[in-house]
Design a protein around this ligand. Structure first.
Ligand code: MN3
Length: 237
């Protein structure tokens, strides 16, 4: 399409949108599709803890596939009109493809944000206080989280999540689930920090040594971002 045509068509579209807001939810509008968020650092930035090739494949192949499959799966369904978080809250047993791919998109988007090459090493402020309150100390929290992650059988995620009743707590979920999926978990909660325990997240560098991968994770956590996620969760619930 020529630029002038594009501008004209955009103007027409804008006028249609102004009169008829529901139009924006029409099927196959590409600008409504979910998108892959760019990594907030280079693929090599988390070396030597998370290796470059794993980051490239994990973000550029696995996460991409979740986004693509999610966009395909929601076309023509009521999920098309919902935000990612709303999709997770509403998804049920009959929507397996949406469950797996919406989960995959949400979990990885959060994962990338909560990693950083300039990790502070430990939380601070209100999050640190709450962790101390709930787990005794940061060291104790780290130990409990590590054990939880090591105990996960198969592919899934280890989560630090928050809800008003339980406060901060740890939970494992299989596949691409998280505790926003109300129809699958008795205790629904907002994920604050998650560790991807799929082999695709560590196998190239760590092979069968999952414990070493879990150990490496502690060197690359963006605690400032985890604190922001905690603030969001506190306001929400
Ligand atoms: Mn993954």
């Amino acid at each position: 399409m020529k630029r002038r045509d594009f501008i004209e068509k955009s103007a027409i579209l804008a006028s249609v949108l102004a009169i008829q807001p529901d139009f924006i939810w029409a099927k196959s509008q590409p600008f409504l599709a979910f998108e892959l968020p760019p990594l907030p650092y280079d693929f090599a930035a988390l070396e030597p803890h998370f290796d470059t090739q794993t980051m490239q494949i994990h973000h550029g192949k696995h996460h991409v596939a979740y986004v693509k499959n999610l966009n395909e799966a929601i076309v023509g369904t009521p999920f098309e009109k919902l935000s990612l978080e709303q999709i997770l809250e509403k998804v049920s047993l009959k929507d397996a493809k949406i469950r797996n791919n919406a989960g995959g998109h949400y979990n990885h988007s959060l994962f990338w944000k909560t990693l950083s090459p300039q990790s502070e090493g430990k939380p601070s402020g209100k999050l640190a206080e709450s962790i101390n309150q709930q787990f005794g100390s940061f060291e104790k929290f780290k130990e409990t989280f590590t054990e939880k992650a090591k105990s996960l059988f198969g592919s899934g995620w280890t989560w630090l999540s928050f809800n008003k009743k339980k406060g901060l707590f740890l939970e494992n979920t299989p596949n691409q689930d998280n505790l926003l999926m109300k129809n699958f978990y008795k205790i629904s909660a907002t994920p604050i920090l998650g560790l991807d325990i799929w082999e695709h997240a560590y196998y190239l560098k760590y092979q069968n040594k999952r414990a070493d991968y879990i150990q490496a994770f502690w060197n690359v956590i963006n605690w400032q971002e985890v604190s922001s996620q905690y603030e969001i969760a506190l306001k929400k619930s």
